[in-house]
Design a protein around this ligand. Structure first.
Ligand code: SF4
Ligand code: SF4
Length: 377
């Protein structure tokens, strides 16, 4: 296992982290969900033996049982590993609730300190309207002084601009957990910014939430044919010099061994190759007939056609060779139970979308082409 400097925390973190959101579970006869403790012990210990030292949970993972299960599994090695967990911000209705929630997590984990305590899944609104006015960073710093928290962190789902805002104003924040992978590089610039500001950066979804875990020809398209797409995707994330650790939600020991092998390479991907792969991804998209940037200027369509979503599905198929993902994305859109997505059959030819598209795409024609290509898969 290779270790990286985790921002300015003084911690050396394994470049592979264990995401404990998909631990093996089963349902009791009464219908209650339980984590399979034996399998969890086995997987987590295997990961530890292979050098993983960062285990990431959250209050609600695995029907709220993940913290309990990892607390038990890691008890014999508690002082040798770093436990990360997260505070659900909706539970924090007053400043005191923050500490109450922390205490519940400590109890569930069976530990008296949490190494990395996250403000969970925040966006700019939660930061500006809750964390700042409730003085939760000041509170977290006090709890740090008391030793209940070792480091203050946040996980993030919002725009890169919002991330910059939180980095610039979140003076107590030491590490950030964010989304980044070959298919979603929106945070790439901010990873650099965060690491230059001294924050440790952990990536969730390095293989696109499993989207890059299926066999595809993407690797060949990017000129990395000797690697399967899964491995290429993991190496790509670790090739980013601003990333400290890639979290993987491993579900069995084989996955642990496979990921640990990649994370044990001294250089999973050189910075030069990382730039090359990133550029190749861009080129694949750019030189395709349909270069939709997902900007959304064509929206709203009066008939409710989600043009960027349909083009995204087509790009998976046509550009990246991710055919299954293309089908699932498109079917998920059109067959959505609550809100079935509109398609080109609904188009009234108003032309609004094409007048707005900065890429000058012939949207109406391309919509038909995209839909019939995906339907034929
Ligand atoms: S031309 Fe069709 S797809 Fe475009 S905005 Fe009008 S109705 Fe929607
Ligand atoms: S305006 Fe053009 S580039 Fe932007 S999302 Fe719509 S189709 Fe894609």
């Amino acid at each position: 296992m290779q270790y990286r400097k985790f921002g300015n925390t003084g911690v050396e973190i394994s470049q592979l982290g264990f995401g404990c959101m998909r631990l093996p579970e089963y349902q009791t006869e009464e219908g209650q969900w339980q984590v399979d403790q034996d399998k969890t012990n086995e997987m987590l210990m295997k990961a530890y033996e292979l050098g993983v030292n960062y285990f990431d949970s959250a209050f609600y993972y695995c029907h709220s049982n993940s913290e309990i299960a990892i607390g038990k599994a890691l008890k014999p090695i508690r002082d040798k590993v770093y436990i990360s967990t997260k505070c659900p911000m909706e539970l924090v209705k007053s400043p005191e609730d923050y500490e109450k929630t922390l205490d519940k997590s400590l109890e569930k984990l069976g530990t008296d300190y949490i190494d990395f305590y996250h403000f969970w899944s925040i966006n700019q609104k939660v930061f500006d309207e809750k964390i700042v006015p409730m003085k939760l960073m000041e509170r977290a710093l006090k709890l740090k002084e008391q030793g209940k928290i070792r480091h203050i962190s946040f996980s993030f789902h919002d725009s890169p601009e919002a991330l910059k805002h939180i980095i610039d104003h979140g003076y107590a924040m030491e590490t950030v957990l964010l989304q980044y992978n070959l298919l979603d590089r929106a945070n790439e610039e901010m990873i650099k910014y965060a690491s230059e500001k001294g924050l440790g950066v952990v990536v969730m979804g390095p293989v696109g939430g499993g989207r890059l875990a299926v066999p595809t020809e993407l690797s060949q398209k990017l000129g990395s044919g000797n690697l399967n797409t899964y491995e290429l995707a993991l190496r790509f994330v670790l090739g980013n010099p601003g990333v400290s650790c890639a979290l993987s939600g491993m579900q069995n020991t084989d996955m642990v061994i496979k990921n640990a092998a990649v994370a044990s390479l001294e250089t999973p991907m050189t910075e030069e190759k990382w730039r090359e792969v990133g550029q190749s991804m861009e080129n694949l998209k750019k030189f395709s007939e349909l270069y939709c940037t997902g900007c959304g200027y064509c929206q709203p369509c009066p008939k409710g056609i989600n043009i960027p979503r349909i083009f995204e599905a087509y790009t998976y198929h046509n550009v990246y060779g991710l055919h299954e993902l293309a089908k699932n994305t498109f079917n998920g859109y059109v067959n959505n139970e609550k809100n079935p997505g509109a398609t080109s059959e609904m188009c009234i030819n108003c032309g609004y979308c094409e007048r707005k598209c900065p890429q000058k795409l012939k949207i109406r024609e391309l919509l038909k082409k995209a839909e019939s290509a995906i339907r034929a898969l």
